[in-house]
Design a protein around this ligand. Structure first.
Ligand code: NAP
Length: 251
């Protein structure tokens, strides 16, 4: 049985490519009208929208840098509501990463990762909760399996995602009485535009990660959409504050 999100409105941050694009397509396939948020890649976002609409789904690309503060987030929600009505599915997928030894940490990188991976999901969740006409909703935060494996050379990134997981659990407690569920998924290392650009795909590091993965491969953007569509749907009505590992068994 596949999940049904018919009649609902989803905002997926960072959906112009990679895991976010896979999630946007799956949510549209489950019946939701989807706002495909992007920061710079208008072409990628329009490609995702075209793929969804070609299959009879509803989607709209909206540019907003969610790490830039409340103004952009408010504009994103205003555009989503104007197009499709109250937002009742929010997927906080936009994320940035840089690997390197902790001795090379810069304050600039600290601010880049904390604003995108922590502040942005907090502001979008606040915006979702600020909608007084929403009585039931689902937020899914995209974390990482790295919060379990704690890999060396990812201290800042994993610290930001661990904070996102703590926020997920606390937000579930605060928003549960309003019928708003908040969960997180923990993807394993995956083949995306982002990890290709970072030189991970095809590297020795990837080969070692695959060897340590029971299901014997890297993740793909398509691996996460069905899980998120389920967590967003009424089928997951009793699930909130959960951190769901989806990593082919790697941990
Ligand atoms: N790939 C992996 O191995 C892996 C593993 C575990 C967790 N994750 C998590 O999964 C999520 C997606 O990863 P990915 O590899 O698919 O990333 P990706 O290929 O690098 O794509 C990142 C997406 O996020 C968007 N984005 C970044 N900053 C943004 C901002 N400030 N405002 C709006 N959009 C923004 C980008 O938009 P533009 O291109 O338009 O700028 C792009 O659509 C991230 O949260 C990442 O931490 C990934």
């Amino acid at each position: 049985m596949s999940s049904d999100n018919t009649g609902r409105t989803a905002v997926v941050t960072g959906a112009s490519k990679g895991i976010g694009a896979g999630i946007a397509k799956a949510l549209a396939g489950s019946g939701a009208a989807v706002v495909v948020n992007y920061r710079t890649d208008a072409e990628g976002a329009e490609r995702v929208v075209a793929e969804i609409t070609a299959k009879g789904g509803r989607a709209l690309a909206v540019r907003a840098d969610v790490a830039k503060g409340e103004e952009g987030v408010r504009e994103l929600f205003a555009r989503a509501r104007a197009a499709y009505g109250p937002v009742d599915i929010l997927v906080n997928n936009a994320g940035v990463v840089a690997f390197g030894p902790l001795t090379e940490l810069t304050e600039e990188e600290f601010h880049r990762e904390t604003t995108t991976n922590m502040l942005a999901p907090m502001l979008t969740t606040k915006a979702l909760a600020a909608q007084e006409d929403v009585t039931a909703a689902s937020v899914v935060n995209v974390s990482t399996g790295g919060t379990l494996s704690h890999p060396a050379y990812a201290s800042l990134y994993v610290a930001t995602k661990s904070a996102l997981e703590a926020y997920t659990i606390i937000a579930a407690k605060e928003l549960g009485p309003r019928g708003i569920r908040v969960n997180a998924v923990q993807p394993g290392a995956s083949d995306t535009e982002g990890t290709r650009a970072a030189g991970y795909v095809g590297s020795e590091l990837e080969a070692r990660a695959i060897a340590a993965t029971p299901l014997g491969r890297s993740g793909t953007p398509g691996d996460y959409g069905p899980l998120v569509a389920f967590l967003a749907s009424e089928d997951a009505r009793w699930i909130t504050g959960a951190l769901v590992l989806a990593s082919g068994g790697s941990r």
